[in-house]
Design a protein around this ligand. Structure first.
Ligand SMILES: Cc1cc2nc3c(=O)[nH]c(=O)nc-3n(C[C@H](O)[C@H](O)[C@H](O)COP(=O)(O)OP(=O)(O)OC[C@H]3O[C@@H](n4cnc5c(N)ncnc54)[C@H](O)[C@@H]3O)c2cc1C
Length: 382
């Protein structure tokens, strides 16, 4: 495999780097899990969109540049290198967007993709329920056709919706056929959060920020044209979203190579016991391995293949790499790691705490190991 980028791709990289150098805010934005920070991040999304950097691989009609997956990876490398703000639109542009491009009607793409890319409409993911997280097919929230038959009436409760406290839209899975086999009776809905009957209850995290929300649906009416994919076909649509979440678009390798590079710098500047050198080198190698593996996956996708169940192995690797990098950094920092300061070392502690969520969100690593065992290795079901 030739890992050299073409001259055109290098020109694109230089253009992206120049734009980011000129536009990335000098001071970090406030956390997007606060109301003020959420709006500041939304403005950043709009700045990117206006110069068509928000979704480079999307069709131009939805605000993209019609570029390939490798250009997207290059852009991500430059984005993390520039230490640009976190993407408050990530649920939309990285999860729902690719799913809508695959399953959406032309009218849905026309209506939703550009506002999603511009940050004008920010999406949350309404999948988990109080009694259905890992067992997603066990959800109980339901949708039934209205008496007139032209709309759907949604009832139930979702939880752990990241950015759900502030988002304008939600993509959620609801049971539309209680008699069908668990995976077959589900449908994927696009729901305006200001619809009558939607109640949002923010969930404060340990740090006091509202990173999550519970969402209650009480006879919420949703038009027929806000079903994504087939009625009853929600599981397949959801698995396409999960493929993006675990496999490719949510966590690009640049996110890890940039932190691994900073880890090397930390070790170079502070030193540490010899065992730390091994841990630093290993963390760096893992981040590089993830990058190379992603290039391989991207080549497959560029040739028209789906990511498939390999996304689960991928998810285990990126989440465990993130924990390893941050644990090593805290070891190097020693007692300084406890300083909750802005910038380093507080940044390492913040990153460490978030890394601990990696083995949980996007489907826990225990569940991903089950998928790897059963679907990739063909082992018997446990
Ligand atoms: C930072 C973060 C962001 C999130 N954002 C969202 C979001 O935006 N939208 C959303 O819908 N959800 C979100 N979630 C929720 C997340 O998807 C769930 O927490 C996750 O799927 C696990 O579900 P649960 O919490 O109900 O745990 P449970 O399913 O109750 O699992 C508890 C434990 O049992 C283990 N377990 C369960 N079943 C099995 C099995 N069959 N074999 C082996 N082990 C098993 C699990 O691995 C886990 O360790 C988020 C979670 C986090 C941490």
């Amino acid at each position: 495999m030739d890992l050299t980028f073409s001259p055109e791709q290098e020109v694109f990289r230089a253009e992206a780097r120049a734009w980011l150098t000129a536009h990335v805010p000098a001071d970090p934005l406030p956390s997007f899990d606060t109301e003020q920070g959420f709006e500041a991040h939304r403005r950043w999304e709009r700045t990117m969109y206006d110069d068509r950097w928000s979704v480079v691989s999307w069709p131009t009609q939805y605000g993209g540049r019609d570029l390939g997956i490798f250009e997207w990876l290059i852009f991500e490398e430059e984005y993390y290198r520039a230490r640009a703000p976190k993407r408050v639109s990530q649920n939309g542009i990285f999860l729902l967007g690719p799913t809508m491009l695959e399953y959406g009607t032309d009218a849905q793409k026309e209506r939703f993709l550009a506002p999603m890319a511009a940050g004008d409409e920010i999406w949350c993911q309404g999948w988990s329920e109080p009694d259905a997280g890992s067992d997603l097919a066990g959800i109980r929230s339901r949708a039934a056709r209205s008496e007139a038959g032209d709309t759907w009436i949604l009832n139930g409760q979702k939880t752990w919706a990241s950015r759900g406290a502030f988002a304008e839209w939600c993509f959620g899975i609801f049971r539309t056929d209680p008699d069908a086999e668990r995976h077959r009776g589900l449908t994927y809905f696009l729901i305006a959060m200001d619809s009558p009957g939607v109640t949002v209850r923010p969930i404060p995290q340990l740090d006091g920020e509202t990173g999550f929300a519970e969402i209650f649906f009480d006879n919420v009416e949703v038009p027929e044209d806000q079903v994504l994919g087939e009625v009853g076909g929600g599981w397949s649509v959801a698995m396409a979203t999960a493929g993006s979440e675990r496999g490719l678009s949510l966590r690009s390798p640049a996110r890890y190579t940039e932190v691994a590079d900073r880890l090397v710098q930390l070790f170079a500047s502070r030193g540490g016991p010899p065992a730390s050198a091994d841990a630093v080198a290993l963390a760096h190698m893992h981040a590089e391995a993830y990058k190379l593996h992603t290039y391989w996956t991207a080549s497959k996708v560029a040739r028209g293949h789906a990511v498939g169940a390999e996304a689960s192995a991928n998810k285990i690797f990126w989440s465990e790499t993130d924990v390893a990098i941050h644990t090593t950094a805290l070891d190097l920092l020693g007692t300084d790691a406890e300083l909750l300061t802005a910038g380093a070392p507080g940044e390492w502690l913040d990153g460490y705490l978030f890394s601990l969520a990696g083995p949980i969100y996007a489907g826990t690593n225990e569940i991903q190991r089950n998928v790897v065992a059963e679907r990739l290795l063909g082992l018997p079901r446990s």
